[in-house]
Write a protein that binds this ligand. Structure first.
Ligand SMILES: Cc1cc2nc3c(=O)[nH]c(=O)nc-3n(C[C@H](O)[C@H](O)[C@H](O)COP(=O)(O)OP(=O)(O)OC[C@H]3O[C@@H](n4cnc5c(N)ncnc54)[C@H](O)[C@@H]3O)c2cc1C
Length: 149
């Protein structure tokens, strides 16, 4: 529907957001794409390796970006996983955080395919590792300040 610069098949008409994102329909993604369109119109190439975060406001929180193990299994791709429990950190022990963990999925060339976090502050943590912050979250304040510079 749109090319890599978000242009539709009608020259100089651009489209962003839910309209073009089956499967990743987030307010923060639509906002990011709006800025990307402006960057591209004004000549800045924009961001190529976009890490689109998701956040689930459950208890415990769930957040991440990229592929999941099931995606790679379905596509017969080789992958490796590193997983670390929150409880292995000092703060995890202080907070008695026993459910939480961070999982990194990567390929044979050590390229990260996905990061997934379960536990306290998972959403604010994934914001740090993503191209932009989940909506709604405090990380959006940092994005807002960064945009002012
Ligand atoms: C109940 C609910 C909860 C959600 N919660 C979250 C959340 O917590 N976090 C999150 O990231 N995302 C959430 N989303 C998804 C998020 O709202 C969308 O991904 C986001 O709003 C997409 O932005 P958009 O600009 O593409 O579309 P929209 O925000 O839908 O904007 C499109 C605009 O175009 C207008 N419009 C439509 N047709 C025409 C027309 N013919 N002429 C002129 N104007 C037109 C509409 O009125 C609308 O104002 C939620 C969605 C729903 C429904």
């Amino acid at each position: 529907m749109v090319d890599n610069n978000y242009m539709t098949n009608i020259e100089n008409i651009y489209a962003i957001g839910d309209l073009i994102n089956r499967g990743k329909m987030f307010a923060h993604y639509a906002g990011f794409q709006g800025k990307e369109v402006i960057n591209r119109i004004y000549g800045d190439g924009g961001c190529i390796d976009v890490r689109v975060p998701y956040g689930i406001f459950s208890f415990p929180q769930i957040a991440g970006w990229g592929l999941q193990e099931k995606d790679l299994i379905q596509n017969n791709k080789k992958y490796r996983v590193e997983k670390i429990p929150f409880f292995s950190s000092s703060i995890g022990k202080i907070m008695d955080e026993r459910a939480g963990f961070i999982k990194i999925i990567y390929d044979e060339n050590k390229k990260i395919a996905g990061i997934h976090i379960v536990g306290e502050e998972a959403i604010e943590m994934i914001n740090i590792l993503s191209s932009f912050s989940v909506h709604p979250s405090f990380g959006e304040l940092i994005d807002e300040l960064r945009n002012k510079i």
